[in-house]
Design a protein around this ligand. Structure first.
Ligand code: MTE
Ligand code: MO
Length: 352
């Protein structure tokens, strides 16, 4: 299936910069920072923690600015969050939208430490007619022919959720350059594009923000003419921790017959995962796995299931359902940008 993909040079260049989480790292509750997936639209900007200043302005009573030392003096919080790229699964589509060609691995879970955005907003005092908050990164580039800084907005209500935070630390260590050092936004429950890295400015606005990453990118649409709908919360997904040993080239799995403990992780940005079903026959029959409690409200949960495996070739899959009844489709649903592509994680397994 993958051999038919016909990846372009541009996609290869993107994939070589932006790596996924090797799926064997599903074994860790918290993804070690170097194994967490990475997505960078432009270049990693050169920022210094000592001199970095976050400005907060726009429709506020008092425009204020914060050094990292100022932020460290505010009440600190730590949130364990599963972050996933909205383009995860894109390379499974036919025809394939040409962009970062993710398969299944654009995900990771980290403990982020920093301050609530709401505390920073309160210091500035948004005007009563404020509707949204725009977050601007220090990175610039060209995209769709438009020169821009990387920007995303949230409604004022969403930005004020206590767990929406400005993070200075990941898994207890200062942010790495590639993950947004020295300061980034983290929006639990939402796809990764909202969690602006290298955060330089927060601006309160009185009209809905219509930037490139809202109007052009990150919309689920069927054609160029279709306005579509914005991408926001993470759709449910489950992944299988790799079984046995891999084939170097095909990445298929080879395992010995007998009792096989299958395990994996599942998450949804809409609420708790309530079930993960496993199939070893390509979806003919499904078996309920045993769920472990999630690490935190916005983090993945573990699941496991025991397989009595006889020699042969199998198509093994897992699908998650969340508390809202959202369930992974058996095969991917196509859209123009390749967002929210969350089909069952199918894996070819040879038992021998
Ligand atoms: N400033 C800035 N923030 C950004 C991006 C970016 O290119 N520039 N990429 C976004 C996207 S698309 C994703 S999926 C996440 C990835 O975060 P990570 O690389 O720390 O996993 O960062 C988001 N924040
Ligand atoms: Mo992303």
């Amino acid at each position: 299936m993958l051999s038919e993909a016909g990846i372009t040079g541009e996609e290869l260049a993107l994939a070589a910069r932006n790596h996924g989480m090797p799926l064997e790292a599903l074994r860790y509750d918290l993804t070690p920072a170097g194994l967490h997936y990475l997505l960078i639209h432009y270049d990693i900007p050169a920022l210094e923690a000592e001199s970095h200043v976050l400005t907060v302005g726009g429709a506020v009573e008092d425009a204020v600015s914060f050094t990292l030392a100022d932020l460290a003096a505010l009440p600190q919080r730590t949130e364990t969050v599963t972050l996933e790229c909205a383009g995860n699964g894109r390379a499974l589509l036919r025809p394939r939208p040409v962009s970062q060609p993710w398969l299944f691995e654009a995900v990771g879970t980290a403990a982020w430490t920093g301050v609530s955005v709401s505390d920073v907003l309160e210091a500035a005092g948004p005007h009563s007619d404020a509707v949204e908050v725009v977050f601007t990164g220090a990175d610039r580039g060209m995209e769709g022919g438009v020169e821009q800084a990387y920007q995303r907005s949230l409604t004022l209500e969403e930005a004020r959720r206590r767990e929406v935070m400005l993070a200075t630390h990941m898994n207890g260590a200062p942010l790495l350059p590639q993950h947004g050092a020295p300061l980034r936004l983290v929006v639990p429950g939402w796809y990764g594009m909202t969690s602006v890295k290298w955060l330089a400015d927060i601006s309160v606005v009185t009209e809905p923000f219509a930037g490139y990453q809202h109007e052009q990118a990150y919309r689920v649409r069927q054609s160029e003419e279709d306005r579509g709908r914005p991408v926001d919360r993470i759709q449910p997904r489950s992944l299988i921790q790799p079984l046995g040993i891999p084939d170097f080239f095909t990445r298929g799995r080879v395992v010995s017959p007998g009792e096989i403990g299958m395990t994996g992780r599942a998450w949804s940005g809409f609420g708790a995962v309530v079930g993960v079903e496993v199939s070893v026959d390509g979806g003919e029959t499904w078996h309920e796995s045993r769920l472990r409690p999630p690490l935190a409200e916005y983090a993945w949960c573990g699941w496991d299931w025991t397989w009595q495996a006889q020699p042969g070739h199998y198509r093994v899959g897992a699908r998650a359902e969340d508390v809202t009844g959202r369930i992974q489709p058996l095969e991917p649903d196509w859209n123009l940008g390749g967002y929210e592509v969350n089909p069952v994680h199918w894996v070819d397994v040879e038992v021998r």
